[in-house]
Every structure is written in C-alpha cells, then in structure tokens.
Write a protein that binds this ligand. Structure first.
Ligand code: ADP
Ligand code: MG
Length: 285
C-alpha cells in the first residue's frame, strides 16, 4: 500500500510556514528525513500521524484521504514522538500491555514479549520506567511503536540518547521490518541513515530539496570533494570547509567543483551532502 503526500503545507497560527508544498510517495522501505532543527521534520510526521492537520494539501493511504479514513488509518500507525511521554509509575511490560490494549491489536502482529526482546529490555521488563535511563526509555518508545506490526512506522529521532551498539540494534530491527512496512524516520544525525535508508529526503525551511537513494545523492558530489593541507585562506573561501585529519596530518575537507590548489580527491560521504544542502547556519531552535 502506498502513502501519498500531495502538496502539504502547514502554517502554524503565529508562526512560520513549517512545511511548504511537500509532495512525496512512500511504499515499503526506510525513508530517512534529514534536515536541521526547525526544518519541519516533526511537523511532517505529526501530520502523517494525524495529530495535526495540514493547512492545505492532503495525505492518501491506499488511494483514500486519511482524514476520511480516521481511526481505520490510525490503527495502521506506529508512532514514536520526538519527546516520548514516560509512564514512570508503570513497568515496561505494563506500559506495553496498556499500549497493546489501546491499539486494539488483539493478537495481530508482534507481541509484547517480542517487542521487549527486540529492543533488549526483556531482563528489565518488570522494572518501573522511572528507574530507566534515557536510552532505555527511548528503546521502550520504539518497542511501543512497533507493537502489533503497523503498516506505517513514524519515528521522530529514534536514536536520540542511544549508544552505538544500541543504534546498531535499532537499525537491524528497522531493516527487518522494512520489508513490509513503510518507515519514515527523521533525524539530524546523518550516520543514523547510512546503510539503512532506501531513500533520503532533505528538508530545509519546510521545503523538500530532494528525495533520492543515498547513492544518487552521493553521485551529485562525485569529483567535487577535496582534501588539502591546512590553509587558513581556504577556510574563508569555502563555506563548507571543515578541519579534517588525514593520516595524522591536519587539513581541510572542501566541496568545490574545481580542485583547490594542491588538493587531492576524496570520496563523498552523506555528511558532505548534508553540509552542501544546509550550508547556511540554522539557529531556529
Ligand atoms: P524539526 O522537527 O525539523 O526540528 P519542526 O517541525 O518541529 O522542525 O518545526 C518547524 C517549524 O515550525 C519551526 O520553525 C518551529 O519553530 C515551528 N513550529 C513547530 N511547532 C509549532 C507550533 N506548535 N506552533 C508554532 N510554531 C511551531
Ligand atoms: Mg523535530
């Protein structure tokens, strides 16, 4: 089934245009939404989760307007908000069982035990959430989102507060679910998407800059990334220049169509793409 966004815009009451004429089609797979703070990522996910309504435009699921599908649509959704509420007095198992009831899962899809296992909380399942670390709460948030095998999984900065091993655990889980789930994941951490995203969307000031598979993004910078020995002048000349060590030698990584004098070619990375897309400073938040 396809999720389609058609010319979505969101204007908050006394605010900026948080999302501006966004269109995109999503099928099973992982879509990584990248953009600086304030770009409109959470606004987009909140509209897909039907927590806020668009000022204009619409969202279709299986060809039908989600505002008409209502709870029939919402039952297909797993959602992890950016700041997940913590039910501190409950144990993780109680919380998941409670969510299981609310979502009216009734034996369909993944069970509470399975979800606990996936996020490695089985051993601590009977502890109260108030005694959990930030990373454990975050993993519990992910567990409630994947409960019951939703068709659409919306994850707002899912890896916040997780260490590299836990990030890998969550990446594995998402890759496994991606086969038959539409997964939208927003983040400003580029490395969260490396190796797992089928497509990457770049959003700046509410506008979609592009939606492409990672290799296609990388091709855009083929032959345009360079490394030169430390040079103060280049720091001013190239807005994306960043200090970078190469075999222990200090230098600069530079994005430029023409090679700076004395430069050697470097392989483009997603970080380079991010820098190129979001060169200006963003002080929105
Ligand atoms: P992101 O998740 O990419 O950091 P958001 O979607 O949270 O961005 O925010 C996009 C823009 O909309 C920001 O400028 C933000 O300040 C503004 N915004 C978000 N929520 C509200 C709200 N409830 N009322 C007014 N403005 C908001
Ligand atoms: Mg956000």
């Amino acid at each position: 089934m396809m999720l389609e966004c058609k010319n979505l815009s969101k204007q908050y009451k006394r605010g900026v245009k948080a999302l501006d004429n966004f269109s995109g089609n999503f099928t099973c797979g992982i879509y990584g939404i990248l953009g600086p703070n304030g770009a409109g990522k959470s606004t987009l996910l909140n509209m897909m989760a039907q927590l806020i309504s668009p000022t204009s435009g619409k969202i279709l699921f299986g060809g039908r307007d989600i505002s008409l599908l209502g709870s029939e649509y919402r039952k297909q959704i797993g959602y992890l908000p950016q700041n997940p509420p913590a039910y501190a007095w409950m144990s993780a198992r109680q919380f998941l069982e409670y969510m299981y009831q609310i979502k009216e899962i009734n034996g369909k899809g993944h069970s509470v035990d399975e979800a606990l296992e996936w996020v490695e909380l089985t051993d601590r399942a009977n502890d109260r959430v108030k005694n959990y670390s930030g990373g454990m709460r975050q993993r519990l948030g992910i567990a409630q989102a994947v409960l019951g095998k939703p068709k659409i999984l919306l994850l707002d900065e899912p890896t916040a507060g997780l260490d590299p091993r836990q990030r890998a655990l969550i990446k594995n889980l998402l890759r496994m679910l991606a086969e038959d789930t539409i997964i939208l994941l927003c983040t400003h951490i580029v490395s969260d998407l490396a190796d797992i995203a089928d497509e990457i969307l770049m959003i700046r000031s509410g506008k979609l800059l592009g939606m492409l598979p990672p290799d296609e993004w990388l091709k855009r910078l083929d032959g345009k990334v360079w490394w030169v020995c430390e040079n103060e002048k280049y720091l001013n000349d190239y807005p994306t220049a960043i200090r970078s060590l190469r075999a222990g030698q200090s230098g600069l990584r530079i994005i430029s169509a023409l090679p700076p004098e004395g430069a050697v070619a470097a392989a483009p990375t997603l970080e380079d793409i991010y820098l190129q897309c979001f060169m200006e400073r963003c002080d929105d938040e």
